[in-house]
Write a new protein. Structure first.
Length: 356
């Protein structure tokens, strides 16, 4: 097997303006929790809807619903939160899953801030030269004070498209007054960052029967792609693991593990061969180094050698506080063994059409 390559060579952060004062972070995160869930209860599951890995067992679910498919970008997931500071002035924050918080400059209608707005997206480097950043928005939780969580995904992604379809074009306007005028007219969201440029775009989804053409055209994307996302179009927003709602498919599989000198760990303890389907665990040499036992890194999985699972560290994950659970790792190994392909997804969609 050809050894997989390290996937990201540069840090994926939206700005150098880090919110590191704990009191300030707590203030904004409590506001975000309240705006998202209606409560400041930190014991709730982590904010965000997490796709479930597609297995042969749940391929049948694709026959029982209206699904759309899009490319899965290989970057870092962020929340974009538009709100007000304590003094009443507007502020724009991007927050990753480890609750690292960055301030960015956003040009948008005042109502986005005064009534609060929450988008979700993936931050990626543009390819092939990595001279600009792309923020690919794929969902909206709150829009100008209105909760969007009970709306079907198709309506939420349409709202995202309305807010972002002209963002790239408007961001190129050199005159700030003219830019603000266009933003006011169109309701667009523009992130102002000039070095490197940060471009806002909507993630594109099409009907699931177009899975094969979408995957075959992945080289045309201006960012790294590591799979497909399959979303039920009529589903409301689901916080946590989105069973029967959002699936992810990857041609190459990976897991997030922590641990350095004292062995690799999942969320509940040290990994063992039982979790890896009673296969011998082989850790391949890598240029990626895990500097502490609590640091999380992403490991590529290879099950092609009989009786073995080979792990190769591809990148550290500063955006994550915890590694995967044992259950997630075990399921991912099974997915790796099953080796689903895009034509299997397309066939499942065709079966759905035949039964309607």
């Amino acid at each position: 097997m050809q050894q997989p390559q390290i996937t990201i060579s540069r840090a994926l952060i939206p700005s150098n303006s880090v919110i590191d004062d704990e009191g300030e972070k707590t203030y904004y995160y409590d506001r975000l929790m309240k705006s998202w869930t209606g409560t400041k209860n930190r014991k709730l599951p982590q904010l965000g809807s997490n796709p479930v890995s597609l297995s042969r067992q749940n391929l049948k679910d694709l026959r029982n619903g209206d699904y759309v498919v899009g490319l899965k970008s290989d970057g870092i997931r962020y929340i974009l939160y538009l709100c007000l500071r304590k003094d009443g002035s507007p502020v724009s924050l991007m927050v990753d899953r480890a609750q690292n918080m960055y301030e960015v400059e956003v040009v948008a209608q005042e109502e986005y801030f005064t009534t609060e707005t929450i988008f979700e997206g993936e931050l990626v480097w543009s390819q092939p030269d990595e001279t600009s950043l792309l923020f690919l928005m794929f969902d909206v939780v709150r829009l100008k004070g209105e909760s969007m969580t009970n709306r079907p995904f198709i309506q939420r992604i349409e709202a995202v498209e309305r807010c972002t379809r002209l963002s790239d074009e408007i961001s190129l306007i050199g005159d700030l007054d003219e830019m603000e005028s266009r933003v006011s007219e169109t309701g667009s969201i523009v992130i102002m960052k000039f070095n490197p440029r940060l471009i806002v775009r909507p993630k594109r989804f099409v009907a699931i029967e177009h899975t094969i053409p979408v995957w075959e055209a992945r080289a045309e994307a201006q960012h790294r792609v590591d799979g497909l996302v399959i979303q039920r179009s009529d589903a409301p927003y689901k916080n946590g693991s989105a069973y029967n709602t959002i699936y992810k498919w990857k041609p190459e599989h990976s897991v997030d593990l922590s641990g350095g000198h004292y062995g690799l760990c999942h969320a509940g303890g040290t990994i063992d061969e039982d979790i890896f389907h009673n296969r011998k665990i082989v850790v391949l040499p890598s240029r990626v180094t895990v500097s502490s036992n609590s640091e999380v890194a992403e490991y590529h999985l290879d099950t092609n050698t009989p009786g073995e699972v080979r792990l190769f560290a591809m990148r550290t994950r500063p955006d994550k506080k915890k590694p995967n659970s044992a259950a997630v790792i075990k399921a991912t190994i099974q997915d790796c063994i099953e080796n689903i392909q895009p034509n299997d997804i397309s066939d499942a969609a065709s079966s759905m059409d035949e039964t309607q």
